[in-house]
Design a protein around this ligand. Structure first.
Ligand code: G6P
Length: 369
C-alpha cells in the first residue's frame, strides 16, 4: 500500500497532487488547439442527437452531482442548451417528464452508483439518449449508457473524491465546447481561446497546489471550529458545495455551501466571530458583488478565508486570509478554486486525527440504495 501511495501519506493527498496529470490525460488526444479541433467519438457519432436535443438532463450523486452543476453553467453559457441537474435518487422516483428529445448525461466516477444506474434505466425506458461520463472503464454505467466519454483520471482510492471531480469538469467542458462549435454559439476564435486556456490548466493547477503549506496554517487556525460556511457564485457556487462536502466527509465538521447572494436569506444569521467562511472571490464573475458579501461578513465579525485570483488586492484588504489561484477564464475557474478547498479539508481531517482515506459511514461506491 505504501508503494501505491507513491510517497504520499494518504491516497487522497496523492490524488489531489495527481490532478495536473489527470486533467492533461483527460484532454490529451481529444483537443488540438492549434488545429482548432475537439474530437470525442461518443459525441461525433451522436452529433445529430445532441444538436436536436431540447435539453440536457444531468443525473448524478455526491461529488459527481457537483460536477454536473458546474456543467449546467458551461453548457448553457457556451452551447445555449438548457440543462437540468438532478440528484439521481430524486429523479428516479419522481416520475419525471422525459422524452426522446432529451439527452441524459449520467456522471459517475465508479460507474456503479445504484441510484444513477436506476436513473439511466428509467431515462432509457422513456426513450431518452443516455450519455455516460465515467472514470472506471467497463463499469456498469459505462455499459448501460448509449455512448460516453471516460475521464481517464486513473484509479481513485480515497473515498473523498478529488481528481474525479476536476476531470469530470474537464470532459464536460470539452463536450460543451464541441457542441458550442457545432451549433455556432461561439466563434472560432472564442473556441480556440477556450482550448488554449484549458491547455494551460494543468500548469495552473500545479501552481494552485503550491498554496499547500499556507492552507495548512489556515487549517491549524480553524480546525476546532464546529461549523464552516462556503460561499461562491456562478461557476463557483457548485465549488462552494463541493468544498463543504469535502470538509464534512473527512473531518466530520458541519459545513454548508451556499450561493453567495443567498447568504442574506438565512446563513447570515449564523455569522459571528466563531464562524469561518470560505468565500470564492476570483476576479472574473460577479467579483464586485462577492466583495460586498465579504464586507457584510466582516461587519458581522465572521472569519473570512478568501479564494482569490493572483495579485488580488481588494479581498486581501478585507479578508483574514487569502489563498491565491492563477488567473484563467471564468468557466475554468472551478478547476483551480477547488484545489485549496480539497487541501483545507485534508489538513483539517489529518490534524483532527481522522481517517482521511476511509471516513466513517461512507463508501467509495454506493452500490445499494
Ligand atoms: C459516494 C462517494 C462519493 C461520490 C458519490 C457518487 O458517496 O463517497 O465520493 O461522489 O458516491 O459516486 P460516483 O461513483 O457515482 O461518482
Amino acid at each position: 500500500e505504501q508503494i501505491e501511495k507513491g510517497g504520499f501519506d494518504h491516497f487522497m493527498l496523492k490524488e489531489i497532487y495527481e490532478q495536473p496529470s489527470a486533467i492533461l490525460d483527460t484532454f490529451r488526444g481529444r483537443m488540438l488547439p492549434n488545429e482548432g479541433i475537439i474530437k470525442m467519438s461518443g459525441i461525433e457519432d451522436n452529433m445529430k442527437t445532441f444538436l436536436n436535443a431540447n435539453r440536457i438532463i444531468v443525473v448524478a450523486c455526491g461529488t459527481s452531482w457537483h460536477a454536473g452543476l458546474v456543467s449546467e453553467y458551461i453548457f448553457e453559457n457556451l452551447a445555449r442548451i438548457p440543462v437540468e441537474v438532478e440528484y439521481a435518487s430524486e429523479f428516479r422516483y419522481r416520475n419525471p417528464v422525459i422524452t426522446d428529445k432529451d439527452v441524459v448525461i449520467a456522471i459517475s466516477q465508479s460507474g456503479e452508483t445504484a441510484d444513477t444506474l436506476a436513473a439511466i434505466k428509467l431515462a432509457k425506458s422513456r426513450g431518452a439518449f443516455v450519455f455516460g461520463v465515467c472514470n472506471v472503464v467497463g463499469s456498469s454505467i459505462a455499459r448501460e449508457t448509449d455512448a460516453g466519454a471516460y475521464t481517464h483520471a486513473g484509479p481513485e482510492i480515497g473515498v473523498a473524491s478529488t481528481k474525479a471531480f476536476t476531470t469530470q469538469i474537464t470532459v464536460l467542458t470539452l463536450i460543451a465546447l464541441r457542441l458550442a462549435r457545432a451549433k455556432g454559439t461561439i466563434s472560432s476564435s472564442e473556441f480556440r481561446h477556450h482550448m488554449i486556456e484549458l491547455e494551460l490548466i494543468p500548469e495552473k493547477v500545479k501552481k494552485a497546489l503550491e498554496s499547500d503549506a499556507y492552507v495548512k496554517t489556515i487549517a491549524d487556525i480553524y480546525k476546532n471550529s464546529n461549523n464552516f460556511l462556503y460561499l461562491g457564485r456562478g461557476y463557483n457556487f457548485p465549488v462552494a458545495l463541493e468544498g463543504a462536502l469535502k470538509l464534512k466527509e473527512i473531518s466530520y465538521i458541519h459545513a454548508e455551501g451556499y450561493p453567495a447572494a443567498e447568504m442574506k436569506h438565512g446563513p447570515i444569521a449564523l455569522i459571528d466571530e466563531n464562524m469561518p467562511i470560505v468565500v470564492i472571490a476570483t476576479k472574473k464573475g460577479h467579483y464586485e458583488k462577492v466583495v460586498s458579501n465579504i464586507q457584510e461578513i466582516k461587519s458581522r465579525k465572521g472569519k473570512i478565508i478568501g479564494i482569490v485570483t493572483e495579485g488580488d488586492e481588494q479581498v486581501k484588504a478585507l479578508a483574514d486570509h487569502v489563498i491565491e489561484v492563477p488567473e484563467t477564464i471564468e468557466s475554468l475557474t472551478p478547476l483551480l478554486t477547488t484545489i485549496p478547498l480539497q487541501l483545507l479539508s485534508y489538513h483539517i481531517a489529518l490534524m483532527l486525527d481522522k481517517n482521511v482515506d476511509q471516513p466513517r459511514n461512507l463508501a467509495k461506491a454506493v452500490t445499494v440504495e
